[in-house]
Design a protein around this ligand. Structure first.
Ligand code: GUN
Ligand code: ZN
Length: 429
C-alpha cells in the first residue's frame, strides 16, 4: 500500500484549549502527516518522518497549514438553495422560505441535485463532514447519504419528522415518522461512513405522540445519534410552553419523551434555564453553537464561556440555510464576534478546536474525524494563510501561528482552502 507524506505547517491538539489554553496545541513550521490507506499513520516533524519513511511519496504543501477538515455539527442541506433569504425571524422564516423549499424534495431528482451541490460546496470550503437535517421525504435521506458515499465522506443525517404546525405537503405522522426512520436506520446506519441521526425537527412541529415514538426508536437503536433544535428564539420558547403545558421547560419536552441523552445534539441552545443547563451537563448532551445563524435570524447570543465553564460538550455549526455562509471559517469568525459581545473573546486555538475536534466529540466520532492523529481518517485541508491581499498583509506581521491564523479565521473564505482531502484522496486543489 502506498504511503504519502504531506509536508507543511501543522497544528495538532494534544488537549482541550478551553481548559489548557493555546498550549493544548503543538505547532510545527516544518511538520508532516503520513497517510496510508485513507488513514493517518503518523504526524510529527518533517525531517524525522522523512528519515523513517523514505519509501513514502512526498507532497510538499510549502507554507500551507495542514489541518483536519472542518466538521459541521448541524446544518440543513435542503436549505442550500434558499440561503440568505431576507428579513424574517425564525417562525416566519420557516413558513415563508424554508417549508416551500423543503417541499421540493418530494422530487428525488431535485434532492440528488441539491445533495451533490451542498457536498461540493462543503468540500470547496474545507468541510469534510456534514451533519444534516433532511426533509420528511425518505428519498431526501437516500440522496444525501448516496452523494456523501460517492465522495467518500463521513455523513451524519436523518429524516426530519413533523406531524403538526407544518404544511400538509411536509407532514408525516407519529407512526410513519417512526417506521420511515426505522427503515432508513436499517438501510444506512453504520454503512460505510454513514451514521443515522434520528431527527424530530423541534417540539413545535411534533405532537407528544411523535416525540414518544421517536424516543422509543432511539431507545431501540442507542448507537444512533438524535438531533433537534432547542431554545433558539424567545418567541419559539413561549410557543413551546403553550403547546406542552405539562413540561417544566423546553428541554423537558424532549426529556419526557426519551429524547435527552449523551448522543443527543441540541442545536442553538441559547436561552436556557438553569435546570436545562444542569440536565444537559449531567447527561453529557451535545450543544451545537450556530453563530452565523443566530445573528442572521436574530436569535440571540450563545454564552460560550458560561457553557464551557459548566463543563458542557459543545460543537460548532453553519446551520445553513439559517446560517448565512457555507464556510466554517466564517462560522468561527461569527463565534468570535459573539464572544466579544459577551465580553469573552474566544482564542483562535479554541475556535479551531470547536470546528474540528469539538464537533467530532458531540458526534461521538472523535478519534475517527476532527483530528490528525494516528488512526484517524485522513480528512484534511491545506489552509493558505495569505489567500487574499488583505489577509496576506496582516498575516505577514504575525509573531506566532495564532496571529498568522486569526486573519484567515476572520476574513477567509473558500479561497483560503488550497486543498481538501477526503480519506487521503484529494478532492479540491
Ligand atoms: N428550528 C426548527 N427548524 C429550524 C430550521 O430549519 N432552522 C433553524 N435555524 N431553526 C429551526
Ligand atoms: Zn437547524
Amino acid at each position: 500500500m502506498t504511503k504519502t507524506l504531506h509536508l507543511g505547517q501543522t497544528l495538532t491538539f494534544t488537549g482541550d484549549p478551553f481548559t489548557q489554553g493555546p498550549a493544548a496545541a503543538t505547532h510545527s513550521s516544518r511538520g508532516a502527516v503520513l497517510v496510508e490507506a485513507g488513514r493517518v499513520v503518523a504526524a510529527g516533524e518533517a525531517d524525522a518522518l522523512r528519515a523513517q519513511h523514505g519509501e513514502a511519496e512526498v507532497i510538499d504543501h510549502g507554507a500551507g497549514l495542514i489541518l483536519p477538515g472542518f466538521v459541521d455539527a448541524h446544518m440543513h442541506y435542503p436549505q442550500t438553495a434558499m440561503i440568505a433569504s431576507w428579513g424574517k425571524r425564525l417562525i416566519d422564516w420557516l413558513n415563508s422560505y424554508t417549508f416551500p423549499e423543503e417541499g421540493k424534495f418530494a422530487d428525488r431528482a431535485y434532492a440528488d441535485e441539491i445533495a451533490k451541490r451542498t457536498l461540493d460546496l462543503a468540500i470547496s470550503n474545507g468541510t469534510t463532514t456534514l451533519t444534516s437535517f433532511c426533509t420528511i421525504h425518505p428519498g431526501s435521506v437516500d440522496a444525501f447519504f448516496e452523494a456523501a458515499e460517492a465522495r467518500g465522506m463521513a455523513a451524519f443525517a436523518g429524516k426530519t419528522c413533523m406531524d403538526r404546525n407544518a404544511p400538509d405537503y411536509l407532514s408525516d405522522t407519529a407512526q410513519s415518522a417512526h417506521d420511515d426512520s426505522k427503515a432508513l436506520i436499517e438501510r444506512w446506519h453504520g454503512k460505510g461512513r454513514a451514521t443515522y441521526v434520528i431527527t424530530p425537527r423541534f417540539s413545535p412541529t411534533s405532537t407528544p405522540e411523535q416525540l414518544e415514538a421517536l424516543g422509543a426508536l432511539w431507545a431501540a437503536n442507542p448507537s444512533c445519534l438524535m438531533q433537534t433544535h432547542l431554545s433558539e428564539q424567545v418567541d419559539e420558547i413561549e410557543w413551546v410552553s403553550g403547546l406542552y403545558p405539562e413540561a417544566r421547560d423546553y428541554l423537558d419536552t424532549y426529556e419526557q419523551h426519551g429524547l435527552l441523552g449523551a448522543r443527543g445534539l441540541y442545536g442553538h441552545a441559547i436561552h436556557l434555564e438553569p435546570r436545562e443547563t444542569d440536565r444537559l451537563r449531567e447527561v453529557g448532551a451535545g450543544l451545537v453553537h450556530c453563530p452565523t445563524s443566530n445573528t442572521f435570524i436574530g436569535s440571540g447570543l450563545f454564552d460560550m464561556a458560561a457553557r464551557m465553564a459548566e463543563g458542557q460538550r459543545i460543537g460548532l455549526a453553519s446551520d445553513t440555510g439559517g446560517g448565512s455562509s457555507f464556510s466554517m471559517l466564517r462560522v468561527m469568525g461569527a463565534a468570535y464576534e459573539i464572544g466579544q459581545l459577551k465580553r469573552n473573546p474566544i482564542h483562535p486555538a479554541q475556535l479551531l478546536w470547536l470546528a474540528t475536534e469539538g464537533s467530532a466529540k458531540v458526534l461521538h466520532a472523535e478519534g475517527e474525524i476532527g483530528r490528525l492523529a494516528p488512526g484517524s481518517m485522513a480528512d484534511m485541508i491545506v489552509l493558505d494563510l495569505a489567500s487574499t491581499p488583505g489577509i496576506a498583509q496582516r498575516s505577514a506581521l504575525a509573531s506566532d501561528i495564532w496571529e498568522a491564523l486569526f486573519p484567515t479565521i476572520m476574513m477567509g473564505d473558500d479561497r483560503a482552502i488550497a486543498k481538501t482531502y477526503v480519506a487521503g484522496r484529494q478532492v479540491k486543489g
